[in-house]
Design a protein around this ligand. Structure first.
Ligand code: PLP
Length: 453
């Protein structure tokens, strides 16, 4: 017998708990409501009725080492009784923050040696913009304030960063207050925009579009370009080979900073600590992280930036670059991040993802024989299935049909959590997922799709 009154929790949730993105998710508002979970362990979740699920979403792309590890809980406890808070502003510091910043300098590529800690991915995106604008001002370029982003990109939900996102339905006009300052180019979507082209042709077309956009806006007006190495919530697009290298070269030709948004891709999801260099061969000017930095045990994000930016900021103009807040580099979060990185290294989780990732992809690809599966794409432990009404024409279901949600509800009943996003089901499991668990995920998803179509 469950110790929880599930019906009451659901009713109270509907009445009092306003969820992120709730107003976009109309089914949650009008439908049966949110499913309450009370326990998480490794890759598994338990709902308040006692049912067990495999969490193929990894929380919200974040439980990289798996949930509820005792050794991380112990670090939180020990750090808290030692120093529950230490002021991070310039006159004071603490060993866990310093050790983490130094470790990140070792793990990141090139001369990315400086970490500005934040409390989330959105605030890391936000601060990266401030650093970029300040960098240009310090070098006398006062007009370089505008931003290049990509259609369907997701970079955050603060008032500022919402404007950098490329999904129209998440960006109502009245909150898109920077709309004149943010310019969008195409997503590297090989399934749709790239259809009928070779990867090389598609890459050349995307690079040309990017350079044309810079010339149209005026290079002297552009501060930075944001890009996820592999798209997250936009739909797991993996760009054609050479795309990121081509884009960063164009950025540097026009003195535009390249900001790699590794909020999802860092800390193992693609089989490396950082995908920028190890997977795509680029050294960005700034890398933003969050999520896998602490595996979701406690909020923390970071903006890791280059010596070049650091040196430029050390000027009279740079004095006014006000960044950081009360919880910057919180000692408990920093200690958790260090333990999290130690676990990734000790358990060889990067190698594990590089070994199991291709198998996960191969098995998911077998779903392509189903009538409503238009595409399966992604890389390693970031994958998605795109549903279509008509495979030949790639016609999509209307948004209100909510095909992704329909499939995910069947998956729930089979003990599998996937993330519905309109016409997609997204998966980003903990890095510990085994081959047997891959087999479970793919067979449960197949059944869920068969029950839907
Ligand atoms: N950037 C990317 C690529 C993300 O996927 C997300 C969140 O999903 C963010 C930034 C924002 O991170 P947060 O939700 O921690 O603010």
């Amino acid at each position: 017998v469950s110790q929880f009154d599930t019906a009451q929790i659901v009713a109270d949730d509907k009445r009092h708990f306003h969820h992120p993105f709730q107003l976009i998710d109309l089914m949650r508002e009008e439908g049966e409501g949110a499913l309450p979970f009370f326990k998480a362990d490794g890759c598994y979740l338990w709902d308040t009725n006692g049912n067990k699920y495999f969490d193929a979403v990894g929380g919200m792309w974040c439980t990289n080492v798996g949930a509820s590890r005792e050794e991380i809980a112990r670090v939180m406890y020990e750090e808290t009784i030692k120093a529950s808070y230490i002021n991070p502003f310039v006159d004071m510091t603490h060993p866990s923050g310093v050790t983490l910043a130094k470790k990140l300098a070792e793990l990141t590529p090139g001369d990315l040696n400086h970490t500005l800690f934040t409390v989330s991915g959105s605030t890391a995106t936000d601060d990266a913009y401030r650093l970029a604008v300040a960098y240009h001002r310090c070098r006398g370029n006062f007009n370089k304030t505008q931003v290049l982003s990509r259609n369907k990109a997701f970079h955050g939900s603060t008032f500022l960063t919402q404007s950098f996102c490329g999904k129209a339905n998440e960006k109502p006009e009245y909150f898109n207050f920077l709309s004149d300052m943010v310019h969008f180019v195409s997503a590297p979507n090989s399934y749709r925009e790239g259809a009928g082209k070779t990867p090389e042709e598609f890459k050349t077309e995307l690079l040309q579009e990017f350079e044309d956009k810079i010339l149209e806006v005026g290079p002297d007006n552009i501060a930075c370009h944001y890009a996820e190495p592999v798209y997250g919530g936009g739909g797991c697009f993996v760009p054609p080979v050479g795309y990121h290298k081509g884009i960063i070269d164009i950025c540097h030709k026009y003195d535009i900073l390249y900001i790699s948004d590794e909020v999802v891709t860092a800390f193992g999801r693609l089989g490396h600590f950082f995908a920028s260099e190890d997977r795509f061969g680029i050294v960005p000017d700034i890398i933003t992280v969050a999520k896998g930095l602490t595996s979701g045990y406690i909020p923390m994000g970071a903006c890791i930036f280059s010596d070049r930016i650091y040196d430029a900021l050390a000027s009279e103009e740079g004095r006014f670059t006000i960044v950081g807040s009360t919880y910057t580099a919180h000692p408990v979060a920093a200690a958790v991040a260090l333990k999290n990185i130690e676990i990734i290294e000790r358990e060889n989780l990067l190698e594990h993802v590089r070994e199991i990732g291709p198998y996960f992809q191969e098995q998911l690809n077998t779903l392509k024989d189903l009538d409503i599966v238009g595409d399966v794409r992604g890389s390693h432990f970031m994958q998605c299935v795109e549903f279509v009404k008509n495979k030949e024409t790639k016609e999509i279901y209307p948004d209100e049909f909510d095909i992704g949600k329909r499939v995910s509800l069947h998956a729930d009943a089979l003990g599998l959590i996937v993330r519905p996003l309109i016409n997609l089901n997204i998966m980003s499991p903990a890095l510990t997922m085994t081959k047997e668990e891959v087999d479970f995920v793919v067979s449960a998803l197949r059944k869920a799709i068969e029950l839907t179509q």
